[in-house]
Design a binder for this molecule. Structure first.
Ligand code: B3K
Ligand code: ZN
Length: 881
C-alpha cells in the first residue's frame, strides 16, 4: 500500500515526458505466486531533451528481476531501483533504444484490486488510474501512447482463456500442460487502458456488423452456468454500437469486442481497449435475480464503457486533471442513449435526483472541487459525482447553448482534430467554438469553478402593460480554496404558461439574451421583460434542468400546481410537484423538531392525486411524481443544524396524510398496474411495476398492515416486485412476523447467490432507526459478508452509511465510530474502497451540534491512525479541514 507522503500534484506542473514509448511487447508467465512479467519497450528521446537525461519509470510495490537495455543486461551502476521507481542513466546517445524490464508478481496477494490480481481464481487487471505501475515499471501516465503486443502463457486447465486488448494473432501449446496466446492492439493507447484476463469462464457469443459492413465478434465472459444471465448485456451492447453510429457517426474499430464479468471489482466497470472488465453486478441479469433498476444500470454501464472507445480511448486525457474530458462527456453520451432507449423525461428525473443526491452535497461540502481540478494528492479520489455527473451536465449545457446541430458539428471537429491524441478540456471547448463560431470563454468557467450556483428569481407582472419582468441574480458560495467566484454563463430553459395552460408567445422580449426557450444569464444581475403575453403567465424556469443550479424562487403553491398540471415539458411538471412537496416536507421537519403537529397542504395532496390518476401520463412518470423527496433530500435543502430523526418524523407524518388521501387511487393503481404473464424488462413494463410498488407502499402505510406487502412478496415472479415488497416489510414493519418471515424466505432462496443477497443486506442496512447498527454488525458475522469483496462492503456498510440517515446518524455517535473502525480495517487491504466509504461523512458539518461532535471525534480518530493510505488520508484531511 502507498502510504501518505504528502505529495501534491498541480496542473501547472504539467510537461511532456522526456521519452516517448512507441511499442510495448509484453510476456506474462502466469504461475500463481511466481508470476513473471517481461516488458520490452522501444523508446525515443523527445526533441530538445538533453542526451544525459535519465529515464525515470513509475512503479508501485514492484520487485525487479532483471533489466536490459538494447537487449543487454544492465550493470548495477547504470540504474537505481526501489519498489516505486526505476531510474536508468547513460542511455544511448542517438535517443532510440529498448528497455526490457522483468518483474515478479503474486496476483493472489493483491488485495487492492489494482494492477494484476485474482478474482475467484481468474487473473484480471485494473490499471486506471495508476495500476499499470503495479505490473511493471513504466511511464504510467495517460499522455504516453504506445502500441502493445501481449503474449500470455498459462496453465491450460486453470486458464483455458487467455485474453488481452486488440485482436488475437496467435495461440498454441507449450510444454507441461501450458499454452499461450498473443494479442496485438494496433491503436496506440495509454497504459491505463491495458488489460489482461486469464481463467476458466463461460462465454456468450454474437456478431455485430458495422455501418461500413465490417463484422465484429462480440463476446461476454461470465462464470460457467451464468451464460443465460448475460443475454440482456449482449443486447444492450449491440444497441449501444448501433446508437453510436446513428447519433454520433462513430464505428467500432477492432475485429473483436470482449467483456469479462468478475466478482471482485472496485467500481462499476472499466473501458480497457477492446476488453472491458465489468463488476458482475453490471452484467448479470434475469427476471428472477435482477430488478428493473439493475436492468437499467446494466444497459447504461454497458453503453458507457462502449462509448469510451471514442471518448476516452481514441481520444484520451493528456493528464488526470482532464478526467472529466472523458468521463463527463461519456456520461452525457450514456444519458442520451438511455433517454433514447427509454422515456426521456423519466430518465431526466432519475438523473436530476442522482445529481442532487450525490453531486450537490459534494459541491456544498469540504470535498468540493471543479469538474477540471488543478490540484490533487490522490487521483483515485477524483472519480467523483462532480467529475462524472456535473461533467455531464456541463456538456449538456453546451448542447443547449449550441443546439443539436451546432453540438454535433463541435463533436465532429473534436474527433477530427484529436483522434489518436491525449487532449485537454481546452481542446474540447475550442472544437465547439471553432465549429460554430461561438465564444465559450465565459461558459468554460463551469469547468474551472466549484460549487453549485444559486439563481434567485423574482417576477413582476404588470397588468396594464401586459408585461412580465423577470429579475435574475446569480451567486456561488465559497468552496475550499476558492473564495471569490466568477460570473457564469447559465442557460435557463423556460416556459410561460397562461391560465388555460397554453403557452404565451410574447410579442416582444428585452433585457438578457433569450434564444427560443433559453434565457442566457451572463451577468450577476439581469432582467428579462416579456411583453404582450395575453394575461399573467406562470413562469416555469429551468425546464429539463437545463442548468445544474439551485433555484431560489418564491413561487406560490398555486403556481407550482399550475406548472405540475400544464407544462408541456414532463420533467418540469415533476420538478414543480417535487418543489411543492419539498416545501411541505421542510415545514414538517421544522415542526416536528419543535414537537409540533404537522399538517399537509390539501393542494399538494390534490396535485399528487391529479398526477397519479392522469392516464395520459406514463406509469413510470406517475411513479416518480408520487415518490416524495427522501430524508436525505430534505436534509440537503435544510443545509444546517440537521436532526435526521426530526426529518423522518416530519416526513412520516406527511406520508401518512398523503397515504390516507391517496388510498382509493392507490388501490386502483395497485390492481391496474399488475403485469401478469411473462416478465419483460422493457421500460413500459418496468414503469408499471414501479407505480404499483409506490401504490403498495402508500397502501401499506394507510392500512398500517404488512399483509398486503407479504402477499406481493409471496406471489412475486420477479425480483423487482419481490425486492420492493421486502423493503416495505423491513422498513415499515421492522420486527413484524411478516418482515421476519420474508427476510428468512429470501435468504433461504437466494443464500447461494451473493449478488442477490447484496439486496437483502442493503435492505436490512437501510432499515431506519437506532437498532440497525447492531443488526449490521450481526450481518457482518454471517457467511453472506466478506470484507474482501467490494460489492459486499458497499451493499452492507455503504448502504448503512449513505442510505440510512436515522440509523447511521444515531444520536450517540455509534454509527460514526463503527464507520471509522471499518474504514481503518478496509484501508489496510483496499485503500480505494475505504476512501470511498469514508466520503459518506462529507456532510458532517451540517449536522446538529451533538452529532457533529461525535462525527468530528470519529474523523479525528481516523486522521490520527498510523500508516493511512494516501487515499484515506486525503479524504479525511479534506473532510476535517
Ligand atoms: N474509467 C473507469 C473508472 C476507473 C476508476 C479508477 N479508480 C470506469 C468508467 O468511468 O467508465
Ligand atoms: Zn467512464
Amino acid at each position: 500500500m502507498r502510504t501518505e507522503t504528502g505529495q501534491v500534484f498541480h496542473l501547472s506542473d504539467y510537461r511532456p515526458t522526456d521519452f516517448a514509448i512507441e511499442t510495448v511487447s509484453m510476456t506474462f508467465r502466469l504461475a500463481g505466486a511466481d508470476t513473471e512479467v517481461v516488458s520490452q519497450m522501444t523508446l525515443r528521446r523527445r526533441d530538445g531533451v538533453p542526451t544525459d537525461a535519465p529515464l525515470v519509470l513509475d512503479g508501485d510495490a514492484l520487485q525487479l528481476v532483471s533489466l536490459a537495455i538494447d537487449n543487454e543486461t544492465a550493470e548495477g551502476q547504470r540504474y537505481e531501483v526501489t519498489p516505486d521507481r526505476l531510474t536508468i542513466h547513460d542511455l544511448p546517445a542517438d535517443g532510440t533504444f529498448s528497455v526490457t524490464v522483468t518483474t515478479k508478481l503474486d496476483p493472489a496477494a493483491n488485495t487492492q484490486l489494482m494492477g494484476l490480481y485474482r478474482s475467484n481464481g481468474v487473473y484480471c487487471t485494473q490499471c486506471e488510474a495508476e495500476g499499470f505501475r503495479r505490473i511493471t515499471y513504466f511511464l504510467d501516465r495517460p499522455d504516453v501512447l504506445a502500441v502493445y503486443t501481449v503474449r500470455i502463457e498459462g496453465d491450460r486447465s486453470e486458464t483455458p482463456l487467455l485474453l488481452s486488448n486488440g485482436n488475437p494473432v496467435e495461440a498454441g501449446a507449450l510444454d507441461g500442460n501450458r499454452h499461450y496466446a498473443v494479442w496485438h492492439d494496433p491503436h496506440p493507447k495509454p497504459s491505463y487502458l491495458f488489460a489482461l484476463v486469464a481463467g476458466d469462464l463461460g462465454v456468450v457469443d454474437d456478431v455485430f456488423t458495422t455501418a461500413s459492413g465490417r463484422s465484429v465478434d462480440l463476446k461476454i465472459y461470465v462464470e460457467h452456468g451464468k451464460e443465460a444471465r448475460a443475454a440482456y448485456a449482449m443486447d444492450a451492447l449491440k444497441r449501444s454500437m448501433k446508437w453510436d453510429e446513428d447519433v454520433f457517426g462513430l464505428e467500432y474499430d477492432l475485429d473483436i469486442f470482449q467483456i469479462v464479468a468478475v466478482s471482485d471489482f472496485n467500481m462499476g466497470a472499466m473501458e480497457n481497449k477492446g476488453l472491458n472488465v465489468f463488476n458482475d453486478k453490471y452484467v448479470l441479469a434475469d427476471p428472477e435475480t435482477a430488478t428493473d433498476a439493475d436492468y437499467a444500470n446494466i444497459e447504461a454501464i454497458i453503453a458507457h464503457e462502449y462509448f469510451h472507445n471514442w471518448t476516452g480511448n481514441r481520444i484520451t486525457c493528456r493528464d488526470w486533471f482532464q478526467l472529466c474530458l472523458k468521463e463527463g462527456l461519456t456520461v452525457y453520451r450514456d444519458h442520451e442513449f438511455s433517454a433514447d432507449m427509454r422515456s426521456r423525461p423519466v430518465k431526466r428525473i432519475a438523473e436530476v435526483r442522482l445529481l442532487k443526491a450525490h453531486q450537490f452535497p459534494e459541491d456544498a461540502g469540504p470535498l468540493a472541487h471543479p469538474p477540471r481540478p488543478v490540484t490533487y494528492s490522490e487521483i483515485n479520489n477524483f472519480y467523483t459525482a462532480t467529475v462524472y455527473e456535473k461533467g455531464s451536465e456541463v456538456v449538456r449545457m453546451i448542447a443547449t447553448i449550441l443546439g443539436a446541430e451546432g453540438f454535433r458539428k463541435g463533436m465532429d471537429l473534436y474527433f477530427e482534430r484529436h483522434d489518436g491524441e491525449a487532449a485537454t478540456i481546452e481542446d474540447f471547448v475550442k472544437s465547439f467554438e471553432d465549429a460554430t463560431g461561438t465564444d465559450l470563454a465565459q461558459f468554460a468557467i463551469w469547468y474551472h469553478q466549484a460549487g453549485t450556483p444559486t439563481v434567485s428569481v423574482s417576477v413582476n407582472y404588470d397588468q396594464r402593460s401586459d408585461s412580465l419582468t423577470v429579475d435574475l441574480e446569480q451567486s456561488v458560495a465559497a468552496t475550499p480554496g476558492e473564495s471569490a467566484k466568477k460570473i457564469m454563463h447559465i442557460p435557463l430553459r423556460f416556459g410561460l404558461l397562461l391560465e388555460d395552460g397554453s403557452e404565451a408567445e410574447p410579442a416582444e422580449v428585452s433585457g438578457a439574451r433569450v434564444d427560443g426557450d433559453v434565457i442566457h444569464l451572463t451577468e450577476r444581475r439581469q432582467s428579462v421583460v416579456f411583453k404582450s403575453l395575453g394575461g399573467r403567465p406562470v413562469l416555469s424556469l429551468n425546464r429539463g434542468f437545463s442548468a445544474p443550479i439551485n433555484l431560489s424562487f418564491e413561487q406560490s403553491s398555486a403556481d407550482l400546481a399550475h406548472i405540475a398540471k400544464h407544462e408541456s415539458d414532463a420533467f418540469a411538471r415533476w420538478q414543480a410537484l417535487n418543489e411543492f412537496a419539498m416545501r411541505i416536507l421542510l415545514d414538517a421537519a421544522k415542526l416536528s423538531r419543535d414537537g409540533r403537529t404537522v399538517a399537509v397542504d390539501p393542494d399538494l395532496i390534490a396535485a399528487l392525486i391529479a398526477s397519479a390518476s392522469d392516464e395520459t401520463l406514463e406509469p413510470a412518470f406517475r411513479a416518480q411524481a408520487l415518490s416524495l423527496p427522501s430524508e436525505a433530500d430534505i436534509a440537503r435543502e435544510l443545509g444546517s443544524n440537521i436532526d435526521p430523526d426530526a426529518i423522518k418524523r416530519g416526513r412520516d407524518a406527511v406520508l401518512a396524510a398523503v397515504a390516507q388521501a391517496l388510498k382509493p387511487v392507490a388501490e386502483k393503481l395497485f390492481d391496474e398496474m399488475a403485469t401478469p404473464g411473462l416478465f419483460s424488462p422493457d421500460a413500459i413494463s418496468a414503469g408499471k411495476r414501479a407505480l404499483r410498488a409506490v401504490a403498495l407502499s402508500y397502501l401499506s402505510i394507510a392500512e398500517a398492515d404488512p399483509k398486503r406487502a407479504l402477499g406481493v412478496f409471496d406471489e412475486a415472479d420477479n425480483m423487482t416486485d419481490m425486492a420492493s415488497a421486502l423493503q416495505i416489510l423491513a422498513h415499515l414493519f421492522p420486527g413484524s412476523a411478516e418482515a421476519t418471515q420474508a427476510l428468512a424466505a429470501f435468504e433461504g432462496r437466494f443464500g447461494g447467490d451473493p449478488l442477490v443477497i447484496d439486496k437483502w443486506l442493503s435492505i436490512q442496512a437501510m432499515a431506519p432507526g437506532a437498532d440497525t447498527l447492531d443488526h449490521v454488525k450481526g450481518l457482518m458475522e454471517t457467511r453472506h459478508f466478506a470484507l474482501s469483496n467490494p460489492n459486499r462492503v458497499r451493499a452492507l456498510i455503504g448502504a448503512f452509511a449513505s442510505g440510512n440517515p436515522t440509523g447511521f446518524n444515531r444520536e450517540d455517535g455509534a454509527g460514526y465510530g463503527f464507520l471509522a473502525d471499518q474504514v481503518l480495517a478496509i484501508d489496510a487491504r483496499n485503500p480505494q474502497l475505504a476512501a470511498r466509504l469514508l466520503t459518506s461523512m462529507r456532510s458532517w458539518r451540517s449536522l446538529e451540534a451533538g452529532r457533529r461532535e461525535h462525527a468530528r471525534a470519529a474523523l479525528s480518530r481516523i486522521a490520527a491512525a498510523e500508516g493511512l493510505s494516501t487515499d484515506v488520508s486525503d479524504i479525511v484531511k479534506r473532510t476535517l479541514a
